[in-house]
Write a protein that binds this ligand. Structure first.
Ligand code: F6R
Length: 607
């Protein structure tokens, strides 16, 4: 993960680099650092922890210099301390790196034999030494960088700067994204266009295997054979404004509250509410002509995909294989000519999802992607994209991106059902009408905050929580558990309610809260039986249901959170909110860092 920046500018660059790093902090926040060339020499400031620590450091010890590179880290090799923070130096070479150098152990041994010593535990330091060794062997900076790059295996986005050349940064990409920004007499390099938005909107994305020579008045891009290559220059839509929290305590709270609006925008993009049908939009494949849809994604995005399996199969009679991308990429799934693939990713950069996409590309099947970042690598490598209109999601725990992914998937399920002739025009109209009501119901749920906060206070006292649900509420149970553990650090598990008796029931005692997500749907009574099993063993039930469910649940609960009665299809969009709010308030009670929970990063560009 990690975010990298480079600027060949004409004013002191350290403050600009910090500004760009703020936009990249979502990629990691274990440590940060900046290096510039000051009075002809490499100089750097690094600090453990959040970017704010680096800012403080730079305030007391400012850095001069009109060329520089910067880094915000998500630790892979080596603990997050100052020594392991980037930039790394070796004999006049400074380097920042995002990714993993897979052959670093073997390179390290080789370099040690040549007398190089290592200050850090990182894989990155080998790159600095490799480049320095080429310089020592007489290569000029650009050639030294190129020769070193050819020795690297693994995933990397790199920026390299050289003492003695204040008009040169070498950038390289193999895996993680890297964008070059074009200015007037100044040039930029960054992990994404948003980082560069305050400086320029004119962007060239490097492709895998590309490396670039960046000078104030010149950008040259080469491939791994050393041949010059042309890459398109495009206008980025990245905004130069840093998104703020408004009146909210945390970005996560703000993003939870934005959901009625962003769900509405997203649905309106795909559905014609007046005509009562799915709109016609560019499709990478024809739902009527495929017999199987392979969906893969990671984390919360995977769970959105899992909800959609129920929708596609139920309404469109289209079989769906849904996979966690890190499994899909290696499981060698046979893909026939009548298959299509769909990838779901907020960032559009998740390494495992991207690798799965490339597997499908090799298999020659059409590829669609549901992404929030339209300029991302996954978006660019797909045959067609289905954007979520969530706006920038800053909180590391995904909330509004999830419900927007659900909104797109629900719309696609309607489109598929209609294209495959599995629903009549009237049925399509009814489903579209139901979906159009989702934002209104979502607003109503937000008003339950006081009750949910009260339940969260209880949850903040426990160490373990179980979530149960059936049908589309099963993925929501998984999502509830994921959300709770990632921001409150309370251990939580999600289960299909019917699975309870096959093992997890052994965990139930009077200390175990069990959150049951159960609208009054076709299988409500089955879930009530599971609740009886929990109650009989002293488990404390928190039931999230609707008015009908609350009337019919013949079980004593610790608390019942009553949502409006909503149609079955849109229930996942609505029930997502109370589970997000429950996790949010619990984390606030626990006093954790809600927006930037420990060990996590917003964009996961390593395996
Ligand atoms: C959890 C969360 C993660 C992401 C996952 C995929 O709250 O945010 O599980 O959903 O890392 O990320 P994207 O959607 O960017 O591919």
């Amino acid at each position: 993960m990690c975010g990298i920046v480079g600027i060949v500018g004409h004013t002191p660059v350290a403050p600009l680099i910090v500004d760009a790093l703020k936009r990249l902090e979502y990629r990691g926040y274990d440590s940060a650092g900046v290096a510039t060339i000051e009075n002809g020499n490499l100089a750097r400031r690094r600090a453990e922890g959040k970017l704010i620590n680096l800012e403080k450091r730079l305030k007391s010890e400012p850095l001069d210099g009109t060329i520089g590179i910067g880094h915000t880290r998500w630790a892979t090799h080596g603990v997050p301390n100052e020594t392991n923070a980037h930039p790394h130096f070796s004999n006049g070479v400074a380097i920042v790196h995002n990714g993993i150098i897979e052959n670093f152990a073997e390179l390290r041994e080789e370099l040690k034999k040549d007398g190089y010593t290592f200050d850090s535990q990182t894989d990155t330091e080998v790159v600095a030494h490799l480049v320095a060794r080429e310089l020592a062997r007489g290569a000029r900076p650009v050639d030294a960088a190129f020769r070193a790059l050819k020795r690297l295996e693994g995933a990397f986005a790199l920026a390299i700067m050289f003492k003695g050349d204040e008009d040169l940064i070498v950038g390289a990409r193999n895996g993680p994204p890297l964008a070059v920004g074009h200015g007037e007499g100044e040039m930029f390099l960054g992990s994404d266009a948003i980082a560069l938005a305050p400086f320029t909107n004119s962007i060239t994305y490097l492709e895998d295997g590309d490396w670039a020579v960046i000078r104030r008045n010149l950008i040259q891009i080469f491939d791994m054979a050393g041949e010059p290559v042309e890459r398109k220059r495009q206008q980025s839509v990245g905004t130069s404004f840093l998104v703020d929290k408004g009146n909210h305590r945390h970005f996560m709270e703000k993003e939870i509250h934005e959901q009625p609006e962003v769900i509405s925008h997203t649905l309106a993009h795909y559905l014609d509410f007046v005509g009562g049908q799915a709109k016609s939009f560019d499709m990478p494949f024809d739902f009527a002509k495929i017999d199987r849809l392979a969906i893969s994604a990671c984390g919360t995005a995977y769970l959105a995909g899992l909800v959609s399996k129920y929708w596609f199969e139920r309404y469109a009679r289209l079989p769906v294989d849904i996979d966690i991308a890190s499994e899909f990429r290696y499981r060698e799934m046979p893909l026939g000519k009548d298959s299509a693939a769909l990838f779901v990713s907020q960032s559009g950069e998740t390494a495992d999802t991207l690798a799965s996409l490339r597997y499908c590309r090799k298999a020659g099947i059409p590829i669609g992607a549901i992404v929030n970042v339209r300029e991302s690598t996954i978006a660019r490598e797909s045959d067609g994209i289905f954007p979520t209109l969530a706006g920038p999601e800053i909180g590391v725990a995904s909330t509004k991106a999830f419900t927007c992914q659900l909104s797109v998937l629900a719309s696609l399920a309607v489109k598929a059902a209609s294209a495959r002739g599995k629903i009549s025009a009237d049925e399509e109209k009814a489903l579209v009408r139901q979906l159009s009501e989702a934002p209104r119901y979502a607003s109503q749920v937000l008003k339950l905050d006081k009750q949910i906060e009260k339940v969260a206070r209880e949850l903040s006292q426990v160490r373990h929580v179980l979530y149960l649900g059936r049908d589309t509420n099963y993925p929501l149970a998984l999502e509830g558990a994921l959300k709770l553990k990632e921001i409150s650090y309370i251990h939580a598990e999600g289960y299909a309610a019917g699975e309870l008796k096959h093992g997890p029931i052994a965990l139930i005692d009077e200390t175990m809260p069990v959150i049951v997500i159960a609208p009054h749907d076709r299988i409500f009574d089955k879930t009530v039986s599971n609740m009886q099993e929990v109650a009989a063993r002293g488990g404390r039930i928190i039931l999230i249901t609707d008015q009908k469910g609350a009337q019919h649940a013949t079980v004593k609960t610790m608390e019942t959170i009553v949502l409006p009665d909503v149609p079955e299809m849109i229930a996942p969009l609505i029930y997502a909110l109370p589970i997000q709010m429950l996790a949010y308030f619990t984390a606030v009670f626990m006093g954790t860092d809600v927006d930037q929970p420990r060990n996590l990063a917003k964009s996961v560009t390593v395996e």
